[in-house]
Design a protein around this ligand. Structure first.
Ligand code: TXA
Ligand code: MG
Length: 363
């Protein structure tokens, strides 16, 4: 499809009505949530959902989250045994609307394309007034992945969507920059289990404080592909290769050590010797964790054509909110290479490091 992409104000009732009418006709619409922008279709309409997959070039094995306006609707889409799990009620009461997705065994009303053939469905009540108004106006559950082409950086502003999906989507509802900035935390509660499938905008510790310890399903776990099929698929790749320099060399002598090979714990990401220095004519970008990190990088390497600081004081909430915006800016700067600093893995820092590691692997 080639279409003119329009950005419409999300706080305008006629824009909501127009977007809802498009979704009811089976046409995907981009809309804001508090985490990232989504690309929505009526979750009961298999053909409309197929258009979402096509428009994003998303592989069919990666299931999509279904967005509801009201936690009371969970029993319409999940089987009784899971919908009546007291942990669901507890998490819904505490964190919905919000950046939490619950994976429960599905009812037949949700077509298999939404769940990529799994017998579970991911449900979330988003905390953005525009998303809630849209879902209510559609009068249907809204299936929506993040509104980026498959494998690329998730959008946290309407302009990100308009640029990435130009000509592919007709309507982008503008709800301003996303407050949380990383995708929802995905928790499996099907069949009595409790497992963290994706770290995200709600710290896992907050979920555990309500319902106890969560199983952690690592990427290498045998169950990872069947329980969390999207994990291998999501890459968050910016246009230029990104190296996550972890651990970041610090302390006295950093200027002499910046040329060392740097290896991360899992060995998957190793910065090349000289990672912090630009080659002659090379446009090198820096994604700094905080102001002191930026200063250390400027002292140890460069020159950097573009510098993005995630949070001047390293605050994890600000870091998460700024991550994709910073990656989009680096993406638009015509860089040859990006070096990124690790952030502290506390609270939302875990979700940020998850995205940075995947972005680095994609490069
Ligand atoms: O914050 C968010 O979650 C955003 C906004 C738009 O709500 N959505 C989002 O969607 O990040 P997406 O498609 O980019 O990521 C959804 C993740 C994928 O990793 C997918 O594999 C997983 O949720 N998922 C969806 N349904 C699932 C299911 N039934 N079982 C396991 N994982 C599932
Ligand atoms: Mg995504």
């Amino acid at each position: 499809m080639t279409a003119v992409t329009r950005i419409l104000p999300g706080d305008d009732a006629s824009a909501i009505a127009e977007a809802a009418a498009a979704i009811r006709r089976g046409e995907p619409v981009a809309f804001p949530t508090e985490t990232v922008y989504g690309l929505g279709a009526d979750a009961r309409d298999a053909e409309a959902v197929a258009r979402v997959f096509a428009l994003k070039d998303r592989p069919r094995f990666d299931p999509i989250i279904v967005h509801l306006a009201d936690p009371a609707d969970v029993p319409l889409y999940a089987v009784d045994a899971d919908a009546s799990d007291p942990r669901v009620a507890r998490l819904a009461a505490r964190f919905w609307p919000g950046p939490l997705t619950l994976v429960l065994r599905k009812r037949d009303v949700i077509p298999g394309i939404v769940t990529a053939g799994l017998d579970t469905v991911a449900l979330r009540v988003p905390a953005h007034p525009v998303a809630l108004a849209l879902i209510r106006a559609v009068e249907a559950p809204v299936a929506a992945p993040s509104a980026n082409p498959f494998g690329r950086v998730s959008p946290t502003r309407a302009e990100h969507v308009a640029r990435q999906l130009a000509g592919r989507v007709r309507i982008v509802l503008d709800g301003g920059p996303c407050r949380v900035g990383v995708e929802s935390t995905v928790v499996l509660l099907a069949g009595g289990r409790a497992a963290l499938l994706r770290p995200g905008g709600l710290p896992a510790e907050a979920v555990e404080a309500e319902i106890g310890q969560l199983e952690r399903i690592g990427d290498e776990a045998p169950e990872a592909t069947s329980l969390a099929p999207g994990r291998q698929a999501s890459h968050y790749a910016p246009g230029a290769p990104l190296a996550l320099v972890d651990p970041w060399p610090s302390g006295p002598g950093v200027a002499d050590r910046h040329g060392d090979a740097v290896r991360s714990d899992d060995g998957a990401l190793s910065a090349l010797p000289g990672a912090l220095s630009a080659l002659p004519g090379e446009r090198l970008g820096l994604l700094a964790a905080d102001d002191p990190g930026r200063d250390a990088a400027l002292a140890a390497g460069g020159p950097f054509a573009v510098v993005e600081v995630l949070a001047p004081d390293g605050d994890p909430t600000t870091t998460a909110a700024r991550l994709f915006d910073a990656l989009h800016r680096l993406d638009g700067a015509g860089l040859d290479r990006i070096v990124a600093q690790p952030v502290a893995e506390v609270g939302l820092g875990r979700a940020v490091m998850d995205r940075l590691r995947r972005a680095a692997r994609a490069g």
